[in-house]
Design a protein around this ligand. Sequence first.
Ligand SMILES: Cc1cc2nc3c(=O)[nH]c(=O)nc-3n(C[C@H](O)[C@H](O)[C@H](O)COP(=O)(O)O)c2cc1C
Length: 228
Amino acid sequence: MTYESSASAFRHLLEARRSIRSFLPTRVPDSMIASVLQDAQCAPSNCNTQPWHVHVVSGSSRDRLSQALLAAEAAGRMSLDFSFSANDVHGIYGERLREQGAAYYQALGISREALAERRAASLRNLEFFGAPHAAFLFMPVFGDAVRVAGDIGMYGQTFLLSLAAHGLGGVPQTVLGMYADTIREELGVDPSLKLLFGISFGYPDATSAAAAYRIEKVPFEDSVVFHN
Ligand SMILES: Cc1cc2nc3c(=O)[nH]c(=O)nc-3n(C[C@H](O)[C@H](O)[C@H](O)COP(=O)(O)O)c2cc1C
């Protein structure tokens, strides 16, 4: 394969990947999930520590976990291993955060004032947006955990790109990380492993309103400074 054709195939794959928030109920064959996990395992990490511990739920385990998450939410039992508040996201980053939320709700036809509908749309996170599978990315903590979290990000993006290469889709979800204790209890995960985020995945449902939504990225010149 020439450099041009592999770069063009890669660009195509990057454009094919986007966060999918509507799925067909069809289960992904175990062999295809194994193929995605094998790809994700190629991710780079600090000193090759490979700190990811991944739990994948499907079938009745997936359904039980979703019920437990909805019950935890209803009872106000949130438990974050790593803090997150939209109010902390300042300046241009906060603007992008708000634009993203507004564009998504607009695609779903939900107005700014329709608070109950917004809440229902947000709760879909805990139903894995209808995906038949979800992967949970746990990590050990060394030092301030920032470098380990970076490694988990590397793993997550490799996983997401592999999903796209297999004709699948997924969405990384910090919201799932807001119920870390519930997920650890349900899956029997050691308390020393912390949950950064989950990824719901499966076959995208191209017919849903959520599928019509695509968020733009700023030009790379806005993010990069060249020193020649
Ligand atoms: C670490 C991480 C956590 C995220 N958490 C959520 C989430 O909880 N719920 C959600 O709907 N989307 C979540 N997203 C998806 C982002 O909104 C999405 O990546 C962003 O808007 C860019 O869109 P794209 O993925 O389609 O390129 C998350 C993305 C990342 C990388």
